[in-house]
Design a protein around this ligand. Structure first.
Ligand SMILES: O=C(O)[C@H](O)CO
Length: 328
C-alpha cells in the first residue's frame, strides 16, 4: 500500500496514445518518468529508468528479464505491457519475485483479425505487385493470364492457434465462401463448432490447406514450427499468413520455399528481427508481402490499449483487481 502522500514511481518505456498517459496523471498517485520517443528505449535507459520503480509500463519491444528486474529492485509490484503477447517477459523470473502482470487481450482482437484478412487477400491476390505495375508502367493492357492469384471461394483454410484472434479471423473469412475450416493447437475449441471447424493434427492441416494462418502464441512448441519439413508438406499453391510472432517461422526455410516454388506466397505482419532489414532476401521476392507489425494499429484500438495498460498498472500499484491480469 502507498504511504500517505508518497507518490509511486512509474517508468513508461515509450510515447503512448495520450488517453493512457492522461489516465496515469489524472490518478495523481504516481510520479511518471517516460522514454518520450517513438523509438524503443535503449537498454541502458531502460535499466536506469526502472531503478526503484513501483510500476513499469512496457511494450512488446522491451525485453523484461532478470537484469531489468534486478535493476528495478524490490519495490517493483507491477509490469503492465501494452500488448496481448507476453513472450518478451521472463515470466518465471517475474513470478518468482511476486510481481503482477497486466496485458491487453480482447481489445485488439478485431483490429488484428481485420489486418490478417487484409494481408491474406493482399498476398493471395497479389495487390502490392499490381500497385507496383500500375506505377512503373508494367500495365500494358488487360491480360487474361496476368497477375492471377488465389481466391478464398471453395478453399480450405487452416488456422494454427484458434484462440481469440484465430477465431475472429475465421469468422471473417468464412463469408468469402470457404468450404472447410481446419484448425490445430493444444486443445479442441468448442466455439469452433459454430463455423464447422475441424480440429485436426498438423499433419492433416498442412497438406490439406489452401491458406494457412498463424495466430498462435510464441511458445517452445511453436518456435520454428514452420520450417523446411513444414513447407515441404504444404500444397504448391498454398499461401502462408503470419500474424503471431516472427520466430514461429524459420525465415531461411521460408525464403527457400518461396523462391523455389515450393509454396505460392507468404504474407507476414511479424518478422525476425523487427524491423526486418531493408536488404533482407525475403524483400526481394514478389510472392512475399511483409508488413511492419501493424495488426492492432487502428487509432481507436491503440487508444483503448493504452487506457487498459494504464488501468492495469494503477490496479497493480493499488493492489486491487486488474481489468486484465495475466495469470502466471
Ligand atoms: O501482442 C500484441 O499486442 C500484438 O502483437 C501487437 O499489438
Amino acid at each position: 500500500m502507498q504511504a500517505a502522500g508518497k507518490l509511486m514511481k512509474v517508468f513508461v518505456t515509450r510515447r503512448i496514445p495520450q488517453e493512457g498517459m492522461k489516465l496515469l496523471s489524472a490518478a495523481g498517485e504516481c510520479e511518471v518518468s517516460q522514454w518520450d520517443s517513438s523509438e524503443p528505449v535503449p537498454r541502458a535507459e531502460l535499466l536506469k529508468g526502472v531503478e526503484r520503480a513501483d510500476g513499469l509500463l512496457c511494450m512488446l519491444t522491451d525485453k523484461i528479464d532478470a537484469e531489468v528486474l534486478d535493476a528495478a529492485g524490490p519495490n517493483l509490484k507491477v509490469i503492465s505491457t501494452m500488448s496481448v503477447g507476453f513472450d518478451h517477459l521472463a515470466v518465471d523470473e517475474i513470478k518468482k519475485r511476486g510481481i503482477r502482470v497486466g496485458y491487453t487481450p480482447d481489445v485488439l482482437t478485431d483490429a488484428t483479425a481485420e489486418l490478417t484478412v487484409a494481408l491474406l487477400l493482399a498476398t493471395a491476390r497479389r495487390l502490392p505487385e499490381g500497385v507496383e505495375e500500375v506505377k512503373n508502367g508494367g500495365w500494358s493492357s488487360w491480360d487474361p493470364i496476368w497477375l492471377c492469384g488465389y481466391g478464398l471461394s471453395g478453399s480450405t483454410v487452416g488456422i494454427i492457434g484458434l484462440g481469440r484472434i484465430g477465431m475472429a479471423v475465421a469468422k471473417r473469412l468464412m463469408p468469402f465462401g470457404v468450404k472447410r475450416l481446419l484448425y490445430s493447437g493444444r486443445t479442441a475449441k468448442p466455439q469452433a463448432a459454430e463455423l464447422n471447424g475441424e480440429f485436426v493434427p498438423l499433419d492433416t492441416l498442412v497438406p490439406e490447406s489452401d491458406f494457412i494462418v498463424l495466430t498462435c502464441s510464441l511458445t517452445p512448441e511453436t518456435q520454428g514450427l514452420c520450417d523446411k519439413a513444414f513447407f515441404s508438406k504444404m500444397k504448391k499453391t498454398a499461401v502462408l499468413i503470419n500474424s503471431s510472432r516472427g520466430t514461429v517461422v524459420n525465415q531461411d526455410d521460408l525464403y527457400e520455399a518461396l523462391s523455389s516454388g515450393q509454396i505460392a506466397a507468404a504474407g507476414m505482419d511479424v518478422t525476425t528481427p523487427e524491423p526486418l532489414p531493408p536488404n533482407h532476401p525475403l524483400l526481394t521476392l514478389k510472392n512475399c508481402v511483409v508488413l511492419p507489425h501493424i495488426g492492432s494499429a487502428t487509432y481507436a484500438t491503440r487508444g483503448v490499449m493504452s487506457v487498459l495498460t494504464a488501468q492495469n498498472l494503477l490496479a497493480g500499484l493499488r493492489g486491487t483487481e486488474m481489468p486484465k491480469e495475466l495469470v502466471l
